[in-house]
Design a protein around this ligand. Structure first.
Ligand SMILES: [Zn+2]
Length: 384
Protein backbone atom coordinates (compact mmCIF):
# COMPACT_ATOMS: atom_id res chain seq x y z
CA UNK A 1 0.00 0.00 0.00
CA UNK A 2 3.06 2.24 -0.14
CA UNK A 3 1.87 3.65 -3.45
CA UNK A 4 -1.05 5.25 -1.63
CA UNK A 5 1.30 7.24 0.57
CA UNK A 6 2.05 9.74 -2.15
CA UNK A 7 -1.62 10.61 -2.17
CA UNK A 8 -1.45 11.71 1.45
CA UNK A 9 0.29 14.99 0.86
CA UNK A 10 -2.07 16.59 -1.65
CA UNK A 11 -5.08 15.11 0.13
CA UNK A 12 -4.00 16.42 3.50
CA UNK A 13 -3.16 19.77 1.99
CA UNK A 14 -6.48 19.93 0.19
CA UNK A 15 -8.56 18.95 3.17
CA UNK A 16 -6.66 21.30 5.47
CA UNK A 17 -7.18 24.11 3.01
CA UNK A 18 -10.90 23.28 2.64
CA UNK A 19 -11.36 23.30 6.44
CA UNK A 20 -9.52 26.55 6.86
CA UNK A 21 -11.42 28.16 4.01
CA UNK A 22 -14.80 27.15 5.39
CA UNK A 23 -14.07 28.42 8.89
CA UNK A 24 -12.73 31.70 7.53
CA UNK A 25 -9.52 31.54 9.50
CA UNK A 26 -6.26 29.82 8.69
CA UNK A 27 -5.74 29.09 12.39
CA UNK A 28 -9.17 27.64 13.06
CA UNK A 29 -8.70 24.20 11.46
CA UNK A 30 -11.64 21.82 11.65
CA UNK A 31 -11.20 18.19 12.82
CA UNK A 32 -9.99 15.74 10.16
CA UNK A 33 -12.51 15.35 7.41
CA UNK A 34 -13.90 12.11 5.98
CA UNK A 35 -10.90 12.20 3.71
CA UNK A 36 -8.64 11.07 6.54
CA UNK A 37 -11.01 8.20 7.17
CA UNK A 38 -10.73 7.29 3.48
CA UNK A 39 -6.95 7.46 3.62
CA UNK A 40 -7.00 5.30 6.73
CA UNK A 41 -8.97 2.66 4.87
CA UNK A 42 -6.54 2.85 1.95
CA UNK A 43 -3.57 2.37 4.25
CA UNK A 44 -5.30 -0.61 5.85
CA UNK A 45 -5.95 -2.10 2.40
CA UNK A 46 -9.71 -1.71 2.77
CA UNK A 47 -10.06 -0.29 -0.72
CA UNK A 48 -13.85 -0.65 -1.07
CA UNK A 49 -14.51 1.16 2.21
CA UNK A 50 -12.07 3.88 1.14
CA UNK A 51 -13.82 4.33 -2.20
CA UNK A 52 -17.23 4.47 -0.49
CA UNK A 53 -15.96 7.29 1.71
CA UNK A 54 -14.52 9.19 -1.23
CA UNK A 55 -17.62 8.75 -3.38
CA UNK A 56 -19.87 9.89 -0.49
CA UNK A 57 -18.18 13.29 -0.47
CA UNK A 58 -21.02 15.62 -1.31
CA UNK A 59 -18.90 18.38 -2.79
CA UNK A 60 -15.58 18.16 -4.52
CA UNK A 61 -13.41 21.19 -5.08
CA UNK A 62 -10.81 21.08 -7.85
CA UNK A 63 -8.00 19.75 -5.65
CA UNK A 64 -10.12 16.94 -4.27
CA UNK A 65 -11.34 16.04 -7.78
CA UNK A 66 -7.70 15.88 -8.93
CA UNK A 67 -7.00 13.52 -6.05
CA UNK A 68 -9.91 11.31 -7.07
CA UNK A 69 -8.52 11.23 -10.61
CA UNK A 70 -5.08 10.23 -9.31
CA UNK A 71 -6.64 7.57 -7.11
CA UNK A 72 -8.54 6.12 -10.08
CA UNK A 73 -5.34 5.90 -12.15
CA UNK A 74 -3.57 4.30 -9.23
CA UNK A 75 -6.18 1.57 -9.01
CA UNK A 76 -5.97 0.95 -12.77
CA UNK A 77 -2.17 0.72 -12.66
CA UNK A 78 -2.55 -1.90 -9.94
CA UNK A 79 -4.84 -3.83 -12.27
CA UNK A 80 -7.90 -2.94 -10.22
CA UNK A 81 -9.88 -1.63 -13.17
CA UNK A 82 -13.36 -2.06 -11.66
CA UNK A 83 -12.56 0.35 -8.84
CA UNK A 84 -10.94 2.77 -11.30
CA UNK A 85 -14.13 2.73 -13.40
CA UNK A 86 -16.29 3.42 -10.30
CA UNK A 87 -14.22 6.46 -9.40
CA UNK A 88 -14.04 7.89 -12.92
CA UNK A 89 -17.75 7.36 -13.60
CA UNK A 90 -18.58 9.08 -10.32
CA UNK A 91 -16.47 12.07 -11.31
CA UNK A 92 -18.11 12.38 -14.74
CA UNK A 93 -21.60 12.29 -13.19
CA UNK A 94 -20.87 14.95 -10.61
CA UNK A 95 -22.62 18.26 -11.25
CA UNK A 96 -20.52 21.39 -10.95
CA UNK A 97 -17.20 19.73 -11.78
CA UNK A 98 -15.01 21.99 -13.88
CA UNK A 99 -14.90 21.03 -17.55
CA UNK A 100 -11.19 20.22 -17.64
CA UNK A 101 -11.52 17.69 -14.82
CA UNK A 102 -14.60 16.13 -16.40
CA UNK A 103 -12.75 15.77 -19.73
CA UNK A 104 -9.77 14.20 -17.99
CA UNK A 105 -12.15 11.81 -16.21
CA UNK A 106 -13.65 10.81 -19.59
CA UNK A 107 -10.17 10.07 -20.93
CA UNK A 108 -9.28 8.08 -17.81
CA UNK A 109 -12.51 6.10 -18.11
CA UNK A 110 -11.61 5.26 -21.74
CA UNK A 111 -8.19 4.08 -20.47
CA UNK A 112 -9.98 1.93 -17.87
CA UNK A 113 -12.12 0.34 -20.59
CA UNK A 114 -8.98 -0.29 -22.67
CA UNK A 115 -7.19 -1.85 -19.70
CA UNK A 116 -10.15 -4.14 -18.99
CA UNK A 117 -10.40 -5.25 -22.63
CA UNK A 118 -13.65 -3.39 -23.33
CA UNK A 119 -12.13 -2.10 -26.55
CA UNK A 120 -15.40 -1.09 -28.28
CA UNK A 121 -16.43 1.03 -25.31
CA UNK A 122 -12.98 2.57 -25.11
CA UNK A 123 -13.00 3.35 -28.84
CA UNK A 124 -16.42 5.00 -28.61
CA UNK A 125 -15.45 7.13 -25.60
CA UNK A 126 -12.23 8.25 -27.31
CA UNK A 127 -13.97 9.14 -30.57
CA UNK A 128 -16.43 11.27 -28.60
CA UNK A 129 -13.53 13.13 -26.99
CA UNK A 130 -11.92 13.69 -30.39
CA UNK A 131 -15.25 14.87 -31.88
CA UNK A 132 -15.63 17.29 -28.96
CA UNK A 133 -12.10 18.57 -29.63
CA UNK A 134 -10.86 17.88 -26.10
CA UNK A 135 -7.61 16.17 -25.13
CA UNK A 136 -7.34 15.17 -28.78
CA UNK A 137 -3.68 14.11 -28.83
CA UNK A 138 -4.00 12.02 -25.67
CA UNK A 139 -7.22 10.44 -26.95
CA UNK A 140 -5.54 9.51 -30.26
CA UNK A 141 -2.63 8.01 -28.34
CA UNK A 142 -4.99 5.57 -26.60
CA UNK A 143 -7.07 5.00 -29.74
CA UNK A 144 -3.97 4.08 -31.77
CA UNK A 145 -2.98 1.75 -28.93
CA UNK A 146 -6.33 -0.02 -29.31
CA UNK A 147 -5.83 -0.52 -33.06
CA UNK A 148 -2.30 -1.80 -32.41
CA UNK A 149 -3.65 -4.29 -29.91
CA UNK A 150 -6.27 -5.43 -32.45
CA UNK A 151 -3.68 -5.46 -35.27
CA UNK A 152 -5.97 -3.14 -37.25
CA UNK A 153 -3.07 -1.53 -39.06
CA UNK A 154 -5.04 0.51 -41.59
CA UNK A 155 -7.16 2.02 -38.80
CA UNK A 156 -4.01 2.70 -36.79
CA UNK A 157 -2.45 4.44 -39.78
CA UNK A 158 -5.58 6.51 -40.47
CA UNK A 159 -5.78 7.55 -36.80
CA UNK A 160 -2.10 8.53 -36.75
CA UNK A 161 -2.55 10.63 -39.90
CA UNK A 162 -5.69 12.32 -38.51
CA UNK A 163 -3.88 13.04 -35.26
CA UNK A 164 -0.97 14.60 -37.17
CA UNK A 165 -3.43 16.80 -39.07
CA UNK A 166 -5.31 17.95 -35.97
CA UNK A 167 -2.40 18.34 -33.53
CA UNK A 168 1.35 18.97 -33.53
CA UNK A 169 2.05 15.35 -32.61
CA UNK A 170 4.86 13.72 -34.62
CA UNK A 171 3.77 10.14 -35.16
CA UNK A 172 5.84 9.57 -38.29
CA UNK A 173 7.97 6.74 -36.89
CA UNK A 174 4.85 4.93 -35.77
CA UNK A 175 3.31 5.48 -39.21
CA UNK A 176 6.40 3.81 -40.70
CA UNK A 177 5.74 0.74 -38.57
CA UNK A 178 2.10 0.67 -39.69
CA UNK A 179 3.21 0.86 -43.35
CA UNK A 180 5.62 -2.03 -42.67
CA UNK A 181 2.80 -4.07 -41.09
CA UNK A 182 0.51 -3.30 -44.04
CA UNK A 183 3.34 -4.23 -46.45
CA UNK A 184 3.69 -7.64 -44.79
CA UNK A 185 -0.08 -8.09 -44.65
CA UNK A 186 -0.35 -7.37 -48.40
CA UNK A 187 2.48 -9.84 -49.13
CA UNK A 188 0.63 -12.55 -47.23
CA UNK A 189 -2.42 -11.80 -49.40
CA UNK A 190 -0.24 -11.93 -52.54
CA UNK A 191 -1.04 -8.29 -53.25
CA UNK A 192 2.43 -7.24 -54.45
CA UNK A 193 1.31 -3.83 -55.69
CA UNK A 194 -0.14 -2.70 -52.33
CA UNK A 195 2.88 -4.19 -50.57
CA UNK A 196 5.23 -2.13 -52.73
CA UNK A 197 3.24 1.06 -52.18
CA UNK A 198 3.43 0.74 -48.39
CA UNK A 199 7.14 -0.05 -48.44
CA UNK A 200 7.67 2.92 -50.77
CA UNK A 201 5.98 5.32 -48.33
CA UNK A 202 7.84 3.83 -45.35
CA UNK A 203 11.14 4.29 -47.23
CA UNK A 204 10.29 7.92 -47.98
CA UNK A 205 9.53 8.68 -44.34
CA UNK A 206 12.37 6.74 -42.69
CA UNK A 207 14.97 5.44 -45.16
CA UNK A 208 17.35 4.55 -42.32
CA UNK A 209 14.87 2.59 -40.18
CA UNK A 210 16.15 -0.95 -39.50
CA UNK A 211 12.84 -2.58 -40.34
CA UNK A 212 12.50 -0.68 -43.62
CA UNK A 213 16.04 -1.72 -44.61
CA UNK A 214 15.31 -5.37 -43.83
CA UNK A 215 12.08 -5.29 -45.84
CA UNK A 216 13.85 -3.61 -48.79
CA UNK A 217 16.49 -6.36 -48.68
CA UNK A 218 13.83 -9.07 -48.57
CA UNK A 219 12.00 -7.45 -51.49
CA UNK A 220 15.26 -7.43 -53.47
CA UNK A 221 15.81 -11.12 -52.70
CA UNK A 222 12.29 -11.95 -53.84
CA UNK A 223 12.87 -10.32 -57.20
CA UNK A 224 16.26 -12.05 -57.48
CA UNK A 225 18.33 -8.87 -57.18
CA UNK A 226 20.86 -10.31 -54.75
CA UNK A 227 23.40 -7.48 -55.01
CA UNK A 228 20.68 -5.01 -54.07
CA UNK A 229 19.70 -7.27 -51.15
CA UNK A 230 23.29 -7.34 -49.88
CA UNK A 231 23.49 -3.55 -50.24
CA UNK A 232 20.34 -3.08 -48.13
CA UNK A 233 21.51 -5.49 -45.42
CA UNK A 234 24.84 -3.70 -45.27
CA UNK A 235 23.03 -0.39 -44.96
CA UNK A 236 20.93 -1.74 -42.07
CA UNK A 237 24.02 -2.73 -40.07
CA UNK A 238 25.88 0.45 -40.96
CA UNK A 239 23.04 2.52 -39.44
CA UNK A 240 22.41 0.18 -36.52
CA UNK A 241 25.23 -2.14 -35.41
CA UNK A 242 22.94 -4.00 -33.00
CA UNK A 243 21.07 -5.39 -36.03
CA UNK A 244 24.10 -7.44 -37.19
CA UNK A 245 23.00 -10.68 -35.45
CA UNK A 246 19.53 -10.30 -36.96
CA UNK A 247 20.66 -9.97 -40.57
CA UNK A 248 23.96 -11.93 -40.52
CA UNK A 249 22.50 -15.13 -41.89
CA UNK A 250 20.37 -13.49 -44.60
CA UNK A 251 23.24 -11.20 -45.59
CA UNK A 252 25.77 -14.00 -46.02
CA UNK A 253 23.19 -16.16 -47.77
CA UNK A 254 22.43 -13.41 -50.30
CA UNK A 255 26.14 -12.67 -50.71
CA UNK A 256 26.90 -16.36 -51.38
CA UNK A 257 24.00 -16.58 -53.84
CA UNK A 258 25.44 -13.71 -55.92
CA UNK A 259 28.24 -16.17 -56.84
CA UNK A 260 30.62 -13.21 -56.91
CA UNK A 261 33.63 -14.88 -55.33
CA UNK A 262 35.69 -11.69 -55.30
CA UNK A 263 33.04 -9.85 -53.33
CA UNK A 264 32.52 -12.80 -50.98
CA UNK A 265 36.23 -13.05 -50.22
CA UNK A 266 36.47 -9.27 -49.75
CA UNK A 267 33.64 -9.44 -47.25
CA UNK A 268 35.21 -12.31 -45.30
CA UNK A 269 38.53 -10.41 -45.28
CA UNK A 270 36.73 -7.42 -43.75
CA UNK A 271 35.20 -9.67 -41.09
CA UNK A 272 38.62 -11.19 -40.26
CA UNK A 273 40.00 -7.75 -39.46
CA UNK A 274 37.34 -6.71 -36.98
CA UNK A 275 35.63 -8.13 -33.91
CA UNK A 276 32.20 -9.48 -34.82
CA UNK A 277 29.06 -10.55 -33.01
CA UNK A 278 28.65 -14.25 -32.24
CA UNK A 279 25.92 -14.92 -34.81
CA UNK A 280 27.98 -13.29 -37.57
CA UNK A 281 31.07 -15.27 -36.55
CA UNK A 282 29.29 -18.64 -36.44
CA UNK A 283 27.54 -17.97 -39.78
CA UNK A 284 30.72 -16.75 -41.46
CA UNK A 285 32.65 -19.76 -40.09
CA UNK A 286 30.18 -22.02 -41.87
CA UNK A 287 30.80 -20.12 -45.11
CA UNK A 288 34.60 -20.29 -44.67
CA UNK A 289 34.36 -24.05 -44.10
CA UNK A 290 32.60 -24.39 -47.48
CA UNK A 291 34.84 -21.98 -49.40
CA UNK A 292 38.13 -22.98 -47.82
CA UNK A 293 38.28 -25.81 -45.29
CA UNK A 294 37.25 -26.76 -41.77
CA UNK A 295 40.67 -25.88 -40.31
CA UNK A 296 40.47 -22.37 -41.68
CA UNK A 297 36.93 -21.97 -40.32
CA UNK A 298 38.06 -23.19 -36.95
CA UNK A 299 40.97 -20.74 -36.86
CA UNK A 300 38.65 -17.88 -37.81
CA UNK A 301 36.28 -18.88 -35.00
CA UNK A 302 39.05 -18.97 -32.38
CA UNK A 303 40.54 -15.64 -33.48
CA UNK A 304 37.14 -14.03 -33.32
CA UNK A 305 36.33 -15.50 -29.91
CA UNK A 306 39.53 -13.99 -28.52
CA UNK A 307 38.65 -10.61 -30.04
CA UNK A 308 35.10 -10.66 -28.66
CA UNK A 309 34.49 -13.34 -26.03
CA UNK A 310 30.89 -14.24 -25.28
CA UNK A 311 28.99 -17.04 -23.57
CA UNK A 312 27.42 -18.41 -26.79
CA UNK A 313 30.85 -18.18 -28.48
CA UNK A 314 32.49 -20.08 -25.65
CA UNK A 315 29.78 -22.77 -25.71
CA UNK A 316 30.24 -23.14 -29.47
CA UNK A 317 34.03 -23.31 -29.16
CA UNK A 318 33.79 -25.95 -26.41
CA UNK A 319 31.56 -28.03 -28.69
CA UNK A 320 34.13 -27.80 -31.50
CA UNK A 321 36.85 -28.88 -29.06
CA UNK A 322 34.76 -31.82 -27.94
CA UNK A 323 34.22 -32.98 -31.51
CA UNK A 324 37.96 -33.01 -32.16
CA UNK A 325 38.90 -34.54 -28.78
CA UNK A 326 40.21 -38.03 -28.40
CA UNK A 327 37.76 -40.64 -27.21
CA UNK A 328 39.29 -40.57 -23.71
CA UNK A 329 38.87 -36.85 -23.12
CA UNK A 330 35.60 -36.40 -25.04
CA UNK A 331 33.40 -37.27 -22.04
CA UNK A 332 35.30 -34.78 -19.84
CA UNK A 333 34.99 -31.94 -22.33
CA UNK A 334 31.33 -32.95 -22.76
CA UNK A 335 30.65 -32.00 -19.14
CA UNK A 336 31.87 -28.45 -19.83
CA UNK A 337 29.89 -28.28 -23.07
CA UNK A 338 26.69 -29.36 -21.29
CA UNK A 339 27.16 -26.80 -18.57
CA UNK A 340 27.81 -23.95 -21.01
CA UNK A 341 24.85 -24.97 -23.18
CA UNK A 342 22.59 -25.02 -20.11
CA UNK A 343 23.84 -21.59 -19.07
CA UNK A 344 23.25 -20.27 -22.58
CA UNK A 345 19.74 -21.73 -22.84
CA UNK A 346 18.71 -19.97 -19.62
CA UNK A 347 19.77 -16.56 -20.89
CA UNK A 348 17.40 -14.40 -22.95
CA UNK A 349 18.88 -13.29 -26.27
CA UNK A 350 16.82 -10.12 -26.80
CA UNK A 351 15.84 -7.20 -24.58
CA UNK A 352 13.69 -4.10 -24.76
CA UNK A 353 15.38 -0.74 -24.19
CA UNK A 354 12.17 0.74 -22.73
CA UNK A 355 10.82 -1.93 -20.36
CA UNK A 356 12.08 -5.02 -18.58
CA UNK A 357 11.03 -7.40 -21.39
CA UNK A 358 13.54 -10.16 -22.14
CA UNK A 359 12.94 -12.86 -24.73
CA UNK A 360 14.37 -14.98 -27.50
CA UNK A 361 13.41 -13.10 -30.64
CA UNK A 362 13.05 -9.64 -32.11
CA UNK A 363 9.51 -8.27 -32.06
CA UNK A 364 9.10 -4.87 -33.70
CA UNK A 365 6.28 -4.10 -31.24
CA UNK A 366 7.38 -4.93 -27.68
CA UNK A 367 4.92 -7.36 -26.05
CA UNK A 368 5.77 -5.83 -22.67
CA UNK A 369 5.46 -2.06 -23.10
CA UNK A 370 4.07 -1.83 -26.67
CA UNK A 371 6.96 0.40 -27.80
CA UNK A 372 7.98 0.13 -31.43
CA UNK A 373 11.50 -0.78 -32.54
CA UNK A 374 12.80 -1.06 -28.97
CA UNK A 375 13.89 -4.73 -28.92
CA UNK A 376 17.38 -5.71 -30.00
CA UNK A 377 19.77 -8.64 -29.48
CA UNK A 378 21.57 -8.47 -26.14
CA UNK A 379 25.23 -7.50 -26.59
CA UNK A 380 28.12 -8.21 -24.23
CA UNK A 381 29.55 -11.23 -22.42
CA UNK A 382 26.26 -13.11 -22.05
CA UNK A 383 24.84 -12.15 -25.43
CA UNK A 384 26.32 -11.41 -28.81
ZN1 LIG B 1 9.26 -2.99 -23.91
Amino acid sequence: MFEALWLLLPVAAASGWISARRSGSRFDIEPPSEYYQGINYLLNQQDDKAIDVFLRQAELDDDAAETHLALGSLFRQRGDVERAIRIHKDLIDRPGLRKRTRDESRLELARDYFASGLLDWAEEALKELIDDGVLVEAAYEVLIGIYEREKEWQQALDAARDCRTLTDADLSLREVQFHCELHEQALRANDRETAEQHLGVATEIAPRAARVGCLLAEAARRRGDLRDAVMHYERVVSFDETMVPEVAEALLEALTATGDERQIRAYLKKLRHQPNTYTMVSTAAGLIAKLENKGSARQFFKDQLLKRPSLPGLAHWARLEMESSSTETRAQVGVIVDMLERLKAKRPTHSCSVCAYRGHQLYWLCPGCHSWDAIRPIMGDEGE
